[in-house]
Design a protein around this ligand. Structure first.
Ligand code: SF4
Length: 430
């Protein structure tokens, strides 16, 4: 399909997010992310239609010198600031970040790999996390008290994480206690009525809730191991925020769909009957990732029709029908490793965020690698990190000032760490 370039009015916008208007989910992607800092909302990209919670963090105005600087100037300023800081600062870049940011990262990976990378640098004063809010919170939970975790743009949240609000989750817990009885009381088998499990992609407040109630965190790589851990300790699981990861994982483990009711926080008993909740094995929170929700079975059919022999790999945050129709499903790290392991030239159709798919295509030119979704539509909140913000926070550090620090309060941090430690200790069945 022929593409042309959206007219770039700002010299420093992401040149990789370029496509004919018909091929891009928003022409606003041609604007600098600071255009949206004063406006409530997730900004252009896949989450632009999602409702942002009241009180979601907002970014103050980025100084004009960074908004007006060109790509080359920002590049050299970032390099100079990093050189001046040396080992005092570590820059982490998520797989879904734009290339102009990732090229400055000391480590590139998924949220959990990056949290571990932060752990490996206990002597760094600052951890600059080019990702989204919950990732910076997790890094703060795992880093030392004297270390500052910095999110270059405070508006880089995550619409999926925002879908599990702590007040709604507390309310859900109370309603479940009304139906299932005291939630801390174990039966004769030693299992409590429900174990809360949260995906890594959730706020620290949710991880703290889970930690306080005997629950655990999971990633897209270890969700099955974590569910096994939870089923050994509870008769059922309350899984949030991503219904798709929960459903896809539990289905692969043999849990029937009729035993996985959805909890819609806007409806009494989440929209289920008391009997359905009593019969449940996994209660799925009504959350989703707007990036991965875009993938469809029709896209897979089209890829197979146009590329006979194509290998389709999707992320488990995609809807169940898409995961079922794909050849394989796995985390971003699984996708990267699967491509790296292919010894023969292969055509891959990938169902995950566009920046990662483009980077994989550039890294593995021996393969043909394309995104299942023909429309260029990046994660809205990852898009909010731009080299301008990175240059700003790094130069502030050089000047001895810490801006955009993310700190989890002590009352939340303790139980949230407990939930993370349970995950680290959970082992797959031998
Ligand atoms: S890709 Fe989805 S889950 Fe990841 S940060 Fe973006 S909205 Fe959140």
């Amino acid at each position: 399909m022929p593409t042309s370039t959206i007219r770039i009015t700002d010299p420093s916008v992401d040149h990789l997010i370029q496509a004919a208007p018909a091929d891009s989910c928003s022409t606003d992607l041609a604007a600098g992310p600071w255009t949206f800092d004063t406006v409530p909302g997730y900004g252009p990209g896949s989450s632009m239609g999602d409702v942002i919670p009241t009180g979601a963090p907002r970014q103050g105005e980025l100084p004009a010198e960074y908004r007006e600087a060109g790509e080359d100037e920002l590049d050299s300023r970032i390099r100079a600031a990093k050189a001046a800081l040396g080992d005092r600062a570590v820059v982490l870049g998520h797989f879904y970040q734009r290339e102009e940011v990732v090229q400055h990262a000391d480590y590139v990976g998924d949220s959990f790999q990056l949290a571990n990378a932060a752990l490996e640098h206990p002597d760094a004063d600052a951890i600059v996390f080019c990702g989204v809010h919950f990732m910076a919170e997790t890094a703060d939970l795992l880093s030392g008290p004297a270390q500052s975790v910095i999110l270059p743009n405070l508006a880089a949240g995550c619409s999926m994480a925002d879908m599990a609000d702590i007040d709604q989750v507390e309310d859900c817990w109370e309603q479940l206690a009304d139906v299932l009885g005291p939630l801390d009381q174990a039966d004769a088998d030693g299992r409590v009525p429900v174990i809360p499990v949260t995906y890594m992609n959730s706020s620290a407040a949710i991880k703290g809730f889970v930690g306080r109630h005997g629950g655990i965190v999971c990633t897209s790589s270890n969700a099955e191991t974590v569910l096994e851990w939870a089923f050994e300790r509870g008769r059922r699981v309350l899984f949030f925020p991503d219904q798709h990861l929960g459903r896809n994982t539990a289905k692969a483990m043999g849990v029937p769909l009729e035993r996985m009711p959805m909890w819609n926080p806007r409806r009494p008993l989440g929209g289920s009957t008391a009997a359905e909740l009593e019969e449940s094995k996994v209660i799925l929170w009504h959350g989703f990732c707007s990036v991965h929700r875009r993938f469809t079975v029709a896209q897979i059919d089209q890829a197979r029709a146009q590329h006979p022999g194509v290998r389709v790999i999707v992320h488990p945050e995609c809807p169940m029908e898409v995961v079922d129709a794909a050849d394989e499903a796995g985390s971003t790290d699984y996708i990267r490793r699967a491509i790296a392991a292919a010894t023969e030239p292969t055509t891959f159709a990938i169902g995950t965020e566009i920046n990662l798919v483009r980077r994989l295509a550039a890294q593995f030119p021996q393969h043909e690698i394309f995104c299942l979704d023909p429309v260029v539509c990046p994660c809205s909140t990852m898009y909010r990190i731009h080299p301008g913000y990175l240059a700003w926070v790094l130069e502030e550090l050089v000047a001895g000032r810490v801006v955009n620090r993310i700190q989890v309060t002590d009352d939340v941090a303790g139980p949230a760490r407990a939930a993370l430690e349970r995950m680290l200790a959970a082992k797959p069945r031998a």
